[in-house]
Design a protein around this ligand. Sequence first.
Ligand code: C5P
Length: 223
Amino acid sequence: PAAVIVAIDGPSGTGKSSTSKAVASHLGLSYLDTGAQYRAMTWWMINNGIDVSDAVAVADAAGKPVIVSGTDPAAPTITVDGEDASGPIRTQDVTAKVSAVSAVPEVRSVVTALQRAVAAAAEGGIVVEGRDIGTTVLPDADVKIFLTASPEARAARRSGELKGQEAVDVSVTREALIRRDAADSSRKTSPLAKAADAVEVDTTELTLQQVVECVVTLVEEKR
Ligand code: C5P
């Protein structure tokens, strides 16, 4: 079959990563986590003493880090200047600052170019998860999914992920998540949005397996 491109967008905590990895594994496709790339950019900015609220400084530095994403859904990796960044990009500090960095147009153009190159190189097809994949990065994707879930379900899932990593309260997670989605949805350049031709799946009452089956069926129909 021809290389199929699957775009999975939506706010935080809707199950994008778990769904995307499982769909890619099931169908033998590559996988790209575009949020990890924005997090890697943010981590580099913090490490290099750049004030993330200074959009000019962030824009000037956007081309400097070398960000490389591994595309195996069973073991996704990300390096920044050759250093493994998989762990550090998930800290609360990076999470709190990533929306400011990802809103800077120069950052988006650098990262979007990386994403298109990875998708073009994935010969067997790829699942790409993010916020603007169906609208901006890969508008010709074969299948576009937009995942949603209630704020309660999203906060519960996110705190489940964070458990053991850092001590966090569900209400704090919920507030942070709502703030981040509001920032991501209201930015000027390529905001979080559902593409007109995307299929919306509300995951609030669904298990991961049900969401995966739904997406796999949609992809198989297009193949
Ligand atoms: O998916 P994740 O929560 O790791 O994404 C982290 C952040 O990266 C988002 O809050 C958003 O600011 C940014 N992002 C983006 N566009 C994408 C993917 C992520 O702006 N395609």
